[in-house]
Design a protein around this ligand. Structure first.
Ligand code: SF4
Ligand code: SF4
Length: 434
């Protein structure tokens, strides 16, 4: 009974912490500008199914995709076992499903163990890749101490959790023979039975301690993991789903218009103006801080996996410019978190004397972007770092007239010659003379 009460209190404690964190994240995302979500639902559903659930874009790089897929499947399937843990914990039972499922329970447990070993191997491969092989994209400038540590913490935690499952099952199998009235049979379990010779010589009370310790360790580990990922890049496990659902459906090269500017141009050209509500004055042209960005971009910042595929394809980054699209997403999230903390502590929120532009992302970075969309194409969860870069640039150009001098010459040519070059529109076909 004491164990049941303890379990219930643990569960409630973690649920309260998790709820508080979810409320804080959703509050910061809602700071973003409203955005019209259009396009067919079927396409959005397809994106979510193929890209988030099916990991389609990950497979453009097969080896990491394969190991990532093992972890992903392991995460999905092994968590079904957590359901039994929770029922056992609340009801004070032990392996409640075993007597009902019989032989199928043995199959199920063997599948879980197989996946546990697969996850373990994949995590070791990823640790080697990051820390021994030192893949350049995991060691670039924005991958400072915390992002690197964050990735390692998760990989090591997953290894320890998987080992706990195997150890628990090994101790359990020995106890099934010694005290069958308390330990229902699981049948032979493929991987954990390898550990039986190591534990067999120990006393029953010690094995009960090992089994219980591993059980509590595993369930508390899962609950703590659920809270931890809300502070980590691993939040992508959940955020990838809404992010792929709300991802833009227009072709990659499509640059969204600003309704107030469209209205001005249409009225100058004498064209009909259909968009309702576009005659309201804009709060600000472009974006200086996170609240000027569409809420979908803020959500994307929480969906970023920090994989660096975008940066590894970015021509500006490859040619040594300061720009990294991954850093753009990481900075947006860091600023959002800062504003969230300000609000939670009753502080000034956005009015803390800082802003996304300049305090996190520099003008040198945004000016280096060629708007080629390579980062958008590379992202395995359909994030669009370019959207944020363009909004920041719009602010600099339209609110501060702060474009570099060479750009101003181009703007002037566009205005007078309707082309970026310094030739009159009348001379456009000179090349075709004779
Ligand atoms: S759009 Fe900009 S940030 Fe993205 S890959 Fe191209 S240059 Fe880099
Ligand atoms: S934006 Fe996409 S590609 Fe870039 S680091 Fe984040 S998840 Fe990876």
């Amino acid at each position: 009974m004491i164990q049941q009460i303890l379990f219930l209190l643990t569960l409630l404690g973690f649920a309260i912490i998790l709820r508080k964190r979810i409320v804080q994240i959703s509050r910061t995302i809602r700071l973003g500008r409203d955005v019209k979500i259009d396009g067919p639902t079927s396409r959005r559903f397809r994106n979510m199914l193929l890209v988030a659930f099916g990991q389609k874009k990950m497979f453009s790089r097969f080896i990491p995709a394969f190991f990532h897929f093992l972890i992903y499947i392991g995460f999905l399937v092994i968590n079904i076992e957590a359901l039994e843990f929770i029922i056992d914990g609340l009801a004070g039972t032990h392996r409640i499903f075993a007597p009902y499922l019989g032989g199928f329970y043995t199959v199920l447990m063997n599948v879980f163990e197989f996946l546990a070993v697969a996850v373990l191997v994949a995590c070791v491969v990823f640790l080697i890749r990051r820390n021994v092989l030192k893949l350049p994209r995991f060691w670039s400038a924005e991958m400072t101490a915390w992002p690197r540590l964050d990735a390692n913490i998760i990989l090591i935690t997953e290894i320890v959790l998987m080992l706990a499952i195997l150890k628990m099952n090994a101790a359990d199998q020995i106890l099934q023979h010694r005290e069958p009235q308390h330990y229902p049979s699981t049948g032979k379990l493929m991987f954990s039975s390898i550990l039986i010779p190591v534990l067999e010589g120990y006393s029953t009370s010690f094995l009960i301690f090992v089994e219980r310790f591993a059980w509590w360790f595993h369930i508390i580990g899962i609950l703590a993991f659920a809270v931890y990922i809300t502070y980590s890049k691993h939040l992508h496990i959940f955020m990838a789903f809404p992010n792929t659902w709300f991802a833009r459906l227009q072709p990659a090269g499509y640059i969204s218009n600003m309704p107030v500017v469209t209205r001005e141009v249409k009225s100058m050209l004498g064209l009909p103006i259909e968009e309702p509500g576009t005659n309201e004055p804009p709060g600000r042209f472009g974006a200086k801080d996170v609240n000027d960005l569409p809420w979908t971009s803020l959500m994307a910042a929480y969906a970023c996996t920090e994989c660096g595929r975008c940066t590894s394809e970015c021509p500006a980054n490859i040619t040594g410019k300061k720009l990294s699209p991954r850093k753009i997403m990481m900075d947006t999230r860091d600023r959002l978190e800062e504003v969230g903390r300000n609000l939670q502590n009753g502080g000034n929120g956005l009015d803390d004397g800082k802003s996304l532009l300049d305090h996190y992302i520099t003008r040198e970075e945004i000016n280096a972007c060629t708007s080629c969309n390579a980062c958008v194409e590379a992202c395995p969860v359909l994030i669009n770092p370019l959207e944020i870069i363009l909004e920041l640039r719009r602010y600099v150009v339209m609110e501060e007239s702060g474009a570099p001098a060479s750009w101003n010459a181009m703007f002037q040519n566009l205005e007078t010659n309707f082309a970026p070059w310094k030739f009159s529109a009348a001379d456009r076909f000179n090349w075709a003379k004779d």
